[in-house]
Design a protein around this ligand. Structure first.
Ligand code: ADP
Length: 900
């Protein structure tokens, strides 16, 4: 390879390009179920036989003119954020409609760069975007090092696949001490210094003597792995592609091919004369392509870039244990993502409040793991790229990356019907809210009613669990059939291994989340150690029903949740998903895409149980199919919850044949649906407007409390601060942005957030406000205020932008926010600002009177909210007093007294 100058003539480059396209086309054609035949069919002229048929048909009386079909809109892909041609090619192959502009409503959004939390919050449940919030915790070199070190302290043996790392400048003295120790022991090691946020080998240097490393900021130092496995005498590293399809729950796949990137000067052990030879020590393509010895691959066995498949073959031929190597690599990948998991989950849930656990993830991510292998066949994790290059300079790039993207898109299981399902989910959720009955006071209930309620509750929980289990089975079934060249590595099929991972995950949550860990750990065991099988849950539901039937309630109680009395009897149900699918199927008749392409996967993806219960009058099958029935805001969940029957009735319900449902006729279904829709939408809208208005009123009545002072006095304090703003501004800025750390800043905003939640619970009469559209809007505002560790709230004090900086989250958004909703947001921002000022003023006063012992007592109510509305004040007071009295004095350092 070296010594042979690569051909760089223009013709050879053009040949290369041609080659690439031709291969890609032939490759597509070779794939099972390629559309070639369908394409040919539409293109070729009619055969004589066919022509005869056409003629004879022409003589027949003309059939009634067919209704012109509505123009079909396909699955849309917004690729405006990516520069990679191969992504466009794959999307085209999958028959996606590629948007001309940056369409925020596309089914698929692919971006090469960072995606903000706001953008993820705004996504509708049917959309998919190629990044997770929080992934930066393992994709920035310094974050990865910090998080790994934290876990290594508790699990040194399990996490020994990252080279020893120091983050500069903080760890500079630790590094120097380590170097001194080595010197004393007469041991010599090499260190590699890299920019914390660098890429492509930029700014990397090697040092033999750690004392010479400057304490440069934003750099990391690593022990150099000086005995790498060599390929034909060259150092190499692996680019392994890992796909995360969801973090709630976590699902990880590894692609069965990738790149082997070789250095271009033969490797010798690091020594002073060769330290600066980056063509020997670095394996980046971006570095080595500049070496005259860089060789473009003419075949899979030559060139400076090769495939992992080739490497496996090479290792096998040379008697290396490739099975062991890959077992170690899988293990490393899973454990690394377990380290990321608390951050991923937290960030995802912040962005998607109310998304039912186990629902389809709007985020996915293709990560590029850079892995070095040493001579003992140990993999070393060098870094993770959150936007691995999809450049296709060489044929090998195109072959691997196009297959990778295609299999990724297929696994995402994007379906045209997802949008409508989402529409129904929202409608059902709204319907559920609209017809929600007020909970009766337990004291007013008879014993029988109490028992009945508890059985109902238990049944509901079981149904949820059943839906979750069924959803998980269906998902797994789909993955097994559509993984292509991916292999799922988490959850693992190996039960022992899975148990080990679950324990590690649980422990990591304990390390990272401390106080909040127990609840999460319980959830982890429940989600990842699925002890219950579908049959077990069905048995338990049957038991509940038997209890009811046996007359344990004293009377023949109607089975299943009763239809709500407030529900208009004439309100027909909206068409079920299947009816929609049928409609869609018809419309889809001309819309063909290759088998396995995302548009057509939906049928395959159905679990067998779905198919056995066709028809529209199947509340129970709906409950089970949609993971989400009842509490989950998935299609028709509200309807099923109101109309669902107990499981024992399932067979009766199921026995109604599909033809029965078809009796109604699609037309009538559609008409009925339209009428219902309009009626329902109007009623729900009116009701929601009314409740939003009430919420606004309650928010306007809220006041931030200053301990020991009346509301009027607190208002006076705020006025004084505003009047002397010039004087206070730098002090408040330094208090907020410097003195308080980000956790405390979050807690100030949380004072308002928790009270807003309480108001919503009271006015909307629900405990789980996460599902409320209004709360989701508020969450976006809170996220914006927390932007850049609280900088967002500080920006709201800016007079130049007229406090409008937060408003851009709505002006740029496609979501329509009505005036009252917007005014609620405005009021929330105002309350957060007031809360900051009161906390600041209180801390300042506390400092000036630090001699007073009674401080803690007074602090107990600082920063809480009061309300002119007596009911809401009664609701909020205990909540605030309790939490704040315990933590307030510890939380907020005293402000500079000179400020007042
Ligand atoms: P970048 O993001 O700039 O590519 P990497 O961490 O991937 O930085 O390092 C670039 C190259 O340097 C790697 O591909 C590898 O060849 C080499 N390298 C990095 N860290 C080490 C290490 N600890 N030991 C040996 N080689 C390393």
């Amino acid at each position: 390879m070296p010594g042979i100058k690569p051909s760089t003539s223009l013709t050879s480059l053009m040949m290369d390009k041609q080659d690439v396209t031709l291969t890609s086309l032939t490759q597509y054609a070779r794939r099972p179920g390629a559309t070639q035949s369908s394409l040919l069919q539409s293109a070729r002229p009619a055969a004589p036989e066919e022509k005869r048929n056409v003629e004879s048909e022409e003589k027949k009386p003309l059939p009634a003119p067919k209704k012109k079909r509505k123009k079909k809109h396909g699955i849309t892909a917004n690729l405006s954020g990516t520069r990679y041609e191969v992504i466009r090619l794959v999307c085209e192959k999958c028959k996606f409609d590629i948007c001309k502009e940056d369409d925020p409503n596309s089914y698929l959004i692919w971006s090469d760069s960072f995606v903000s939390a706001d953008r993820i919050t705004e996504l509708k449940p049917f959309q998919r975007i190629n990044h997770f919030p929080g992934m930066v915790e393992v994709t920035r070199k310094d974050c990865l090092a910090r998080n790994m070190m934290k876990i290594q302290r508790h699990h040194a043996d399990e996490f020994n696949f990252v080279p020893k790392t120091w983050i500069l400048p903080a760890d500079f003295s630790l590094l120097q001490n380590y170097a001194k120790d080595l010197k004393a022991k007469k041991k010599y090691k090499t260190f590699i210094v890299k920019p914390a946020n660098g890429a492509q080998g930029h700014g990397i240097q090697l040092f033999r003597n750690a004392e010479k490393i400057p304490p440069t900021e934003h750099f990391i130092v690593q022990e150099y792995i000086d005995k790498p496995l060599l390929l034909e005498g060259y150092k190499f590293d692996l680019r392994i592609y890992v796909l995360v399809t969801s973090c709630d729950p976590l699902r990880i796949f590894i692609f069965n091919d990738g790149l082997v990137r070789m250095s271009t000067d033969k490797y010798v052990n690091p020594a002073d004369p060769n330290l600066s030879n980056l063509y020997m020590h670095l394996t980046n393509y971006s570095v080595n392509k500049h070496n005259e010895f860089y060789q473009k691959g003419d075949s899979v066995e030559t060139g400076s870039k090769r495939s992992i498949r080739f490497l496996n073959e090479y290792l096998r031929k040379n008697d290396f244990d490739t099975v062991l190597l890959w077992r170690r690599i899988y293990d490393m990948v899973v454990k690394t993502l377990l380290v990321a998991q608390p951050h991923l989950l937290h960030a995802y849930r912040m962005c998607r409040p109310g998304a039912p656990a186990g629902s389809d993830s709007v985020c996915f991510e293709v990560l590029g793991f850079d892995v070095l292998i040493d001579r003992k066949l140990n993999p070393w994790l060098l870094e993770i790229n959150r936007s691995p290059s999809f450049g296709t300079d060489e044929k090998i790039d195109f072959d691997i990356k196009s297959a990778l993207i295609e299999d990724t898109v297929r696994l995402l299981n994007i379906k045209l019907s997802d949008k409508r399902r989402n529409y129904f989910a929202q409608k059902a959720e709204a319907q559920k809210r609209l017809f929600r009955t007020t909970k009766r006071n337990e004291a007013d209930m008879t014993e029988i009613e109490k028992k009945k309620q508890s059985i109902e509750k238990r049944k509901e929980e079981l149904r949820e669990q059943l839906a979750r289990v069924r959803k998980a089975t269906a998902r797994e079934d789909f993955e097994n059939r559509n993984a292509g060249r991916f292999r799922r590595i988490f959850p693992s099929e190996d039960k022992l291994k899975q148990q080990k991972y679950v324990n590690i995950m649980s422990s990591i949550f304990g390390i990272v989340m401390s106080g909040r860990a127990p609840a999460m750990q319980k959830e982890i065991q429940k989600v990842y150690n699925n002890q219950f099988r579908e049959e077990d849950i069905l048995d338990l539901i049957a038991e509940c029903e038997a209890d009811e039937k046996d007359g344990k309630l004293g009377s023949k109680a109607a089975r299943g949740p009763k239809p709500l009395s407030s529900m208009p009897i004439s309100l027909p149900s909206p068409p079920t998903e299947d009816e929609f699918d049928e409609e869609e199927e018809e419309e889809d008749a001309e819309y063909t895409s290759p088998p396995g392409s995302p548009g057509l996967n939906r049928r395959e993806s159905r679990p067998p149980s779905t198919k056995s219960r066709p028809g529209s009058l199947r509340p129970d099958s709906r409950v089970s199919n949609d993971a989400s029935s009842l509490c989950n805001s998935r299609p028709n969940s509200g309807v099923s919850s109101m109309r669902s029957r107990p499981t024992s009735n399932m067979s009766a319900v199921n026995s109604r044949s599909k033809s029965l449902s078809r009796l109604h006729g699609k037309q009538s279904i559609m008409q009925r649906s339209l009428i219902d829709d309009n009626f329902l939408i109007t009623v729900v809208k009116e009701r929601e407007d009314e409740l939003t208005k009430k919420t606004l009123q309650a928010l306007n009545d809220m006041r931030i409390k200053f301990p020991g002072k009346t509301d009027q006095e607190a208002e006076l304090i705020l006025d004084t601060l505003h009047e002397n703003w010039k004087f206070h501004k730098p002090r408040i800025a330094s208090y907020w942005l410097v003195k308080l750390d980000s956790i405390k800043r979050r807690k100030v905003i949380d004072i308002v957030r928790s009270n807003v939640r309480a108001v919503l619970q009271r006015i909307w009469r629900i405990s789980d406000v996460d599902n409320l559209r209004l709360y989701r809007i508020f969450t976006r505002v809170f996220n914006r205020l927390l932007w850049s560790h609280g900088q967002g709230l500080w920006n709201c004090f800016s007079t130049t932008s007229q406090n409008g900086s937060w408003e851009t989250i709505f002006s740029k958004s496609s979501e329509n926010i009505c005036e009252n909703e917007f005014n609620c947001c405005r009021r929330i921002v105002q309350l957060c600002r007031d809360c900051l000022l009161i906390v600041y003023q209180f801390a300042a006063e506390a400092k000036s009177s630090s001699q007073q012992n009674s401080e803690t007592t007074e602090l107990s109510s600082a920063g809480t909210l009061s309300s002119r509305d007596k009911a809401s004040s009664a609701l909020m007071a205990p909540h605030n007093t309790q939490t704040l009295s315990q933590r307030y004095s510890k939380l907020y350092p005293r402000a500079d007294t000179t400020a007042t």
